[in-house]
Design a protein. Structure first.
Length: 272
């Protein structure tokens, strides 16, 4: 188990340690729902491969994507798979082709039964998440909003809509979704999980300039999901594995806290 953790620690540390210095908020809130957006020019200036981009301006968008922050979610999934020997966080159904899902929707809607309508709703939701994973955030949000209008009491759809709004830096709209009576408490595990699920789907397929201002939200959401997965190992592991989990969690929390406070200057001692 230790060799898996050593390799995973390097993966996670490399991703987290390379995050942009734009993170400046604290970890007081489990999921930060507001951030100060950076300008696209700042993102481009902070990227690498500048000589190649200057020689080939057509690569500017690709260069903007190849930032350390853009690899955070991929590194986290690698951590879960390799170090903790867990499957990817997304279910197998999320990998189904759009054609297969479209056929399922048509078949379910033609039947007209309640059970088939639920199957169609699930398939349409998966297609929206696939749009988010492929970087089509506006299309994904439009689809989720339409589904939420059809199902006014569906908490999950409202959490998905709120998460996509926050990733797109549409904070006021996202806040309205969270204030809906169908979303009683974001602190509940099942509600927070759905919110984080949508955040990560959106982060995986998006270029940095498409989600300017939401980097901290992605970072903290990813850390939360990683900790939840590690706690499952802690619960069922032996003493040595539990100690490894505690050490890794302390390490990751410390790295994230330092990154979020990096621009705040040296801490002031109490009483001084």
């Amino acid at each position: 188990m230790s060799r898996f953790f050593r390799g995973a620690a390097l993966t996670a540390a490399a991703a987290v340690a390379g995050l942009s210095s734009a993170f400046s908020r604290s970890l007081i809130s489990p999921l930060p729902l507001a951030a100060s957006p950076s300008s696209p020019s700042t993102l481009i200036a902070a990227s690498g491969h500048l000589a190649l981009v200057r020689a080939h301006p057509g690569l500017r968008e690709l260069d903007a994507m190849l930032t350390p922050a853009s690899f955070l979610v991929d590194a986290t999934q690698a951590f879960l798979i390799v170090a903790l020997r867990c499957p990817p966080i997304f279910p197998e159904t999320i990998r189904r082709s759009p054609e297969s899902l479209a056929e399922q929707i048509l078949s379910a809607e033609s039947e007209g039964h309640t059970a088939m309508e639920e199957a169609a709703l699930k398939a349409r939701t998966i297609m929206a998440l696939m749009d988010a994973r492929e970087g089509r955030l506006d299309d994904a949000l439009d689809a989720i909003v339409l589904l939420a209008a059809e199902r006014p009491g569906d908490t999950t759809l409202r959490l998905y809509a709120a998460a996509l709004c926050y990733v797109l830096s549409r904070h006021e709209e996202g806040g309205q979704w969270l204030q809906d009576s169908a979303v009683p408490d974001l602190s509940r595990y099942e509600h927070k999980f759905h919110f984080v699920e949508a955040v990560l789907n959106a982060a995986i397929g998006s270029a940095p300039r498409a989600v300017v201002g939401s980097e901290e939200l992605v970072l903290v959401s990813t850390l939360w999901l990683l900790e939840m997965s590690m706690w499952s190992i802690f619960t069922h592991g032996n003493l040595r594995e539990r100690l490894l989990v505690l050490a890794m969690m302390a390490f990751l929390r410390g790295v994230v806290a330092r990154k979020l406070h990096r621009d705040d200057g040296p801490a002031t001692k109490q009483g001084s």
